[in-house]
Ligand binder design. Sequence first.
Ligand code: HEM
Length: 498
Amino acid sequence: MYNKKNLTTNMGATVGDDNNSITTKNPAVTTLNDVHLLEKLTHFNAERIPERVVHAKGAGAFGFFIVTNDLTKYTCANFLNMPNKKTKVLARFSTVGGEKGSSDTKRDPRGFAVKFYTADGNYDIAGNNTPIFFIRDAIKFPDFIHTQKRNPKTNLPDYDAYWDFLSLTPESVFQVTRLFTDLGTPDGFRHMDGFGTNTFIWYPNLDNYYYVKYHWKTKQGVKNFSNDAAMEVGGKNPNYSVEDLYKNIATGNFPQWDLYVQILTPKEARDYKYNIFDVTKIIYEEDYPLIPVGTMILNELPNNFFNDIEQAAFCPGSIVKGVALSPDKMLNARAVLYSDAQQKRIGPNFAQLPVNSPVFDINNYQRDGAMNTSTLSAPNYFPNSFGGPTPDASAIKPTLKIEEGDLAQYDEAVIAIDYEQPRRFYEELTAEEKQALINNIKGHLGNALKRIQYRQTAVFYKVHSEYGSSVANALGLDIEKIRYLAEVSDEERAKLTS
Ligand code: HEM
C-alpha cells in the first residue's frame, strides 16, 4: 500500500532493504535479479550532464522584479507596462573560463543572467558584469575561449595562449584593461554590477523603436578583492561566491539590483561617435544617462540546484513582445547559438523543464524528441483546419532599416578610435587603481613568453604611453622596443614578435 514515507523504486514499488544487495550466502556472489540494486547503480552512472562549455561554475536564485518607472513610451513589453508590476525571475551568476569545480574568486568576467517569467513568455538577459567584451565578431569566440581553457597537450592553463590571442586581437584591450583592475576579482556575486552588454531594441508600437543598453546596479555596493585576497580566499574556499549568495539568501539578507537603461533613437545611434553595435564599446552615461526601470530582489533559493540552476537555459534569443534583437552581430550569433548548446547539454526538450518553461502552456507544432513530456498532440502541422494555434500579427516586430545590404566579410581592423575608450578608462583610474592594474598584469602576463609580453605591452602603450611604460617597467622590458612596436601596424607587430 502506498505510504508517503516508504522508500520506493523508480516505478513506485516499496523497497524492503536498501543496505544489503541480494547475494549468495558464502561466498557472496551478486545476482542479476536485484532490480533495485541495478536501477540505483545505473541511474547513478547517468547523473551527470555536460557542464556549460563556458560559464560552467555558478550559482543562482529565484526572486522577483518590480517596475519602478513608467517606460511605456519606449516599450510595450507586458512585464514593464506599469509601475509596481511584479514578475518572477531566475538569476544565475557565474565565472566564464573555469570548470564547474574551479575557484569562483578567480580573475575572470562574471556572467549575470536573468530570466523574466513574463505573461508574454520568458525573457532572458544573459549579460556579464562588464559593459564590453573581448571580441566583436562571434567567429572569434571559439578561439578566444580555447585560450581561456586548458592547453590540449599539457592540460594546464596556458599563459602563452591567453596573451598570444589577446595581443593579436587588440580590440580586446578595453575589456582586458578593465579585467585586470580589481573589477576583475569581485567580492562574491552580490557585490558586482551587471550589464546586458550587447545593444537591444525596445519598441512601443510598429512605428517606433529604440536602442537600449541594460545596466544592473548592485544595492549591496560594488566590492572587489585585491589580486592577493582573491587568490587567498579562493585557495581556502573555491566556492566562496556560491556560498556567499546561498548564505545571504538563506538568512533573509536578500540581494537586490536596480535595473537602468540607456535609450537612443535610431538617429541618435547613427550619429553617436562610437558604433553602438560594437560590443567592445560603451555608450557614455553623460551622453545617454541611465533611466531607472525597476528592482530585482532574489529571495528564494533553488530547492534542487541541479534541476533549477544546472538545467537552467538562458538564451539571448528568448525575447518577448516589446523587445527585439538589434543589428549587433555578436548578439545575432548569440541569439541562435545558446539554444543549440542547450539542446546538446540538456536535451532537445530542455524548454519543457519547469525552470525553463513559461508560466503558461506553450502552443506550437514542435513534437517528440527525447524525454518529451508535452501533452500537445494533433494537429502537428500549420496551416491546418482543425483548430490548431495560429500566429497573432500583433507580435510582429518593427521593420529594421538596413542601410547597406551588400553581403561580405567586412574587415574590422582596429583603428585609432578603438583606443579612445580604454584610454579614457585608464586615465580615470586613481593612482592606487593604476598600481593595482600594473601589478595584476605583471603577475599574469609575466608568465607568458617574452615576445608575447612585448606584443601585449605595445598594445597597452597604444592605449596610453604611461600605461605601456608602467607595464614595460614592471616586466623589465626594453621601452624603446615597446615604443617601436606600438608605432608599427598590427600585422608588422605580429610579424616582429612571432
Ligand atoms: C558570440 C559570442 C558568444 C558565444 C558564441 C557564446 C556562447 C555561449 C554558450 C554556448 C554558452 C553556454 C550556454 C548553455 O549551455 O546554457 C554561454 C553562456 C553564457 N554566456 Fe555566452 N557567448 C558569447 C558571448 C557572450 C557575451 C558577449 C556575454 C555577455 C554579455 C555572454 C554571456 C553569457 C552568460 C552569462 C552565460 C551563462 C548563462 C547561464 O548562467 O546559464 N556570452 N555562452
